[in-house]
Design a protein around this ligand. Structure first.
Ligand SMILES: Nc1nc2c(c(=O)[nH]1)N[C@H]1C(S)=C(S)[C@@H](COP(=O)(O)O)O[C@H]1N2
Ligand SMILES: [Mo]
Length: 150
């Protein structure tokens, strides 16, 4: 496991709530928003992803981002087509770090590799499977927002 994530995990273990104390906010393309806490995320279906961060491999369990975004009416699978193909997904960390993805990037109907919100490390951390550089794997995720590009 990567040192940085291991450090985050240790901090979370020693000081419960110190990392990512705030819930996770999801907002969808039609304006709906929901807030999830750790317990709600834990109750959703998980899958594991293996990802290397700076060359060090780790296996992470988490909820596929597609399942989370379905809760705020983001299209997926057969319903992901047309204008929604250029919706953008902005994932933000508690330090303000942000990355963007698109809906088909994370959809198992489009790609074998996916993105999960891992809840076994560092509060909530986005893990983007298959990335060679882990720069899109955001630590301490506080929000995921789908926005429509005009
Ligand atoms: N919240 C947050 N997540 C982040 C970053 C960050 O600055 N803040 N840096 C990214 C980058 S560039 C990499 S390579 C990986 C590993 O970062 P590290 O080298 O700082 O451990 O985390 C990514 N996730
Ligand atoms: Mo990086």
């Amino acid at each position: 496991m990567h040192a940085h994530i291991a450090a985050g995990f240790a901090l979370a273990t020693i000081l419960p709530g110190a990392v990512c104390a705030q819930g996770l906010t999801l907002s969808g393309p039609t304006g709906s928003a929901v807030t999830f806490d750790a317990r709600a995320i834990k109750a959703m279906p998980h899958r594991t992803v293996t990802s290397a961060i700076h060359g060090l491999s780790g296996t992470y369990a988490g909820v596929p981002l597609t399942l989370l975004l379905a809760r705020v009416d983001a299209p997926r699978g057969e319903t992901l087509r047309g204008p929604a193909m250029n919706d953008i997904v902005t994932v933000k960390g508690c330090d303000g770090y942000r990355i963007v993805l698109t809906l088909p990037d994370i959809d198992p109907a489009f790609r074998n590799q996916t993105a999960i919100l891992a809840d076994t490390i560092d509060g909530h951390a986005l893990i983007v499977e298959g990335d060679k550089r882990a720069a899109r794997s955001v630590r301490c995720v506080t929000s995921v927002a789908v926005s429509v590009v005009p």
